[in-house]
Design a protein around this ligand. Sequence first.
Ligand code: SF4
Length: 379
Amino acid sequence: MKYIDEFRDPELARRLADAISAEADPAREYRLMEFCGGHTHAIFRYGVQDLMPNNLTFVHGPGCPVCVLPIARIDQAIALVETHAVTLCSYGDLMRVPASDRRSLLKAKAKGADIRMIYSTQDALAIARKAPGRQVVFFAIGFETTTPPTAVAIKQARAEGLNNFSVFCNHVLTPAALRAILDAAEPDNPSIDGILGPSHVSTLIGCAPYRFVPRDYGIPVVIAGFEPLDVMQSVLMLVRQINADRRQVENQYTRAVTETGNHKAQALVNEVFAVRDSFEWRGLGFLPDSALRIANPFADLDAELRFPADAGESREIKGCECPAILRGSKTPTDCKLFGTLCTPDNPMGACMVSSEGSCAAYWSYGRFRQPSILPGKVA
Ligand code: SF4
């Protein structure tokens, strides 16, 4: 398949692996954080870790939009739909994420709440058009990548006069999370030597927003695509930067990412959203300027204002290590519940539910590996 097979070519992978092994200095350690869950899954699915030298390990970052959503926001969504008898539209990944007291959207639906699984913002708009007498709320989550479609839906609803449509906004911003991880004190600071930067997010925001990482923290960044050869080439670029003591933002994913990103999408997002003063991230706590709310001119489409709901106090799942995994300070196999009480059929935390979660990646592709070759366990 064009644009896929070229990036999974075994011969090229072998050559890249040889180049990485030849250039990695055996006298030093290379700890590379892949920011995105998409990278984590590529690394596990294609066995990239096994092709790396023993002194190069991957640290898993927080780049999974479902995983970083704090339990309080899911509790709030459940309270919203139960208090106001609205129709709540959610992407499928969110449906099974455990909330406080082992509740979830799926369980709330089973108890009678009108919660629909959708594939796009357009599905939510279509539901609102078909039922003008029913209030429809779209549960919006995601990094910068998924923000423009939500902005389009809000503008469409306004243009069509769809007064029964609103958005529960949980869109978050990548650079703030990166800064929080790099600012974290020991033992949460995972001492990172290089960062595989987000690819899809960067198609929107470009390379420029990551310049603070080499400037303020002395850590190189390579914006990396999600195919296995993208990841391996990016690793080679990071190894070369580290060896040469260079600290720059480089772009491996040039087929989609530019220096300043997609200006049209940025203008749309800036029109419809405003930056929140503070927002909670699972594992990272409340971070300033790290998320979006609906801007004042569109405030009538903000479900948080239209349908206030008290969700009470939220509680993390006992024993779940998702917060530490999202900070990069633990791996899924450090969790006592991994593969015992917590599996994809019976998830105890978001990292096992989400298709981009680290625990799901370990379970799907790495569960039966020897501990000696698991990331973070290299002898
Ligand atoms: S294995 Fe399950 S309980 Fe443990 S950290 Fe992952 S999601 Fe949480």
